[in-house]
Design a protein around this ligand. Sequence first.
Ligand SMILES: Nc1ncnc2c1ncn2[C@@H]1O[C@H](COP(=O)(O)OP(=O)(O)OP(=O)(O)O)[C@@H](O)[C@H]1O
Ligand SMILES: O=C(O)C1=C[C@@H](O)[C@@H](O)[C@H](O)C1
Ligand SMILES: [Mg+2]
Length: 177
Amino acid sequence: MSDIDTEKKGLGLVFLIGFMGCGKTTWGKKLAAHTNSAFIDLDHALEEKAGMSIAEYFSSFGEEAFRKLESDILKTTPYAENTIVSTGGGLPCFFDNMAWMNTNGKTLYIKHSPKTLAHRLENSKTERPVLQGKKGDELVDFITERLAAREGYYMQARYIIDGLLISAEMLQETLSV
Ligand SMILES: Nc1ncnc2c1ncn2[C@@H]1O[C@H](COP(=O)(O)OP(=O)(O)OP(=O)(O)O)[C@@H](O)[C@H]1O
Ligand SMILES: O=C(O)C1=C[C@@H](O)[C@@H](O)[C@H](O)C1
Ligand SMILES: [Mg+2]
């Protein structure tokens, strides 16, 4: 398909997936602007629906309730035809969420090493309750273990990209094939 065809048609419904800090929110916004698509961040949609931050939701209701609510929001959001969706880092790994995304849209996994993720997460201002304030080697070890448990889900994505090579143009090209 040529660039002109893609621009006319749009990318459809795209779900960006991957570990915390891989850049789903950062690149979801950029890709949406670049391709004239709508943008939804499911973590933000959840915070709006709950009327509180994710950290507050975790401490008030626990992770099990959080996972149920994020799955409900994934499946009930009325997506426009061309929408880039940034998902929560754990979302693909619960219930049938990964299969649901693969059935209803295009899934793209932004893959990074535990070291890169740890570096980014240590320097990020967003509060992530799953990390429980871990830092340094403890954070790298935690990510290594958690990523190994999650990667079986992430690798079910239709597209898998090296996060170090990412750009809006590269994402658009990958998702147009
Ligand atoms: N090249 C890069 N691309 C994306 N993010 C980068 C890059 N370099 C540094 N960062 C930093 O890494 C972090 C990426 O965070 P972002 O919120 O986009 O990740 P996320 O995948 O949405 O995480 P979460 O699952 O917690 O929502 C940000 O703090 C950003 O500033
Ligand atoms: O990886 C995770 O389990 C999470 C990632 C974030 O995007 C949020 O959805 C929440 O902090 C949990
Ligand atoms: Mg995000």
